[in-house]
Design a protein around this ligand. Structure first.
Ligand SMILES: [Zn+2]
Length: 115
């Protein structure tokens, strides 16, 4: 029987990027450096010029894409949904590291003020 090794080979180390996640540079709302989309794409702020900054934001957003893919995270214009609980955007500080989905992302990546 082959041994299943979770995550083996999925750690992306630049410059060999075998990930197919589409990444676009875009103008984002002020203070927002990156955005993981429901459709599996990542937006990176055009204000980030250093490759290492872009990499950090991309790693952070990839955690959110993983959360979306496994069904823990979802969102629309009104709210963010985490494990079935809704967090209305009107009452939420977007990107706050204490939000459960951000906690996981910040734990796994560098500190960046990204969404
Ligand atoms: Zn985030």
């Amino acid at each position: 029987m082959p041994t299943f090794k979770p995550n083996k080979g999925f750690k992306i180390t630049p410059p060999v990027d075998v990930d197919w996640t589409p990444i676009y540079t875009s103008k984002l709302e002020s203070g927002c450096l990156g955005k993981g989309n429901i459709n599996g794409t990542i937006l990176v702020s055009e204000e980030l010029h250093e490759d290492k900054d872009r990499e950090s934001v991309i790693e952070h957003e990839k955690v959110h894409l993983d959360q979306i893919k496994r069904g823990d995270l979802d969102y629309d214009d009104q709210a963010v949904y985490w494990k079935g609980k809704s967090y209305p955007r009107s009452k939420m500080a977007e990107g706050n590291p204490n939000l459960p989905w951000e906690k996981e992302a910040y734990k796994k990546t560098d500190d960046y003020e990204a969404l």
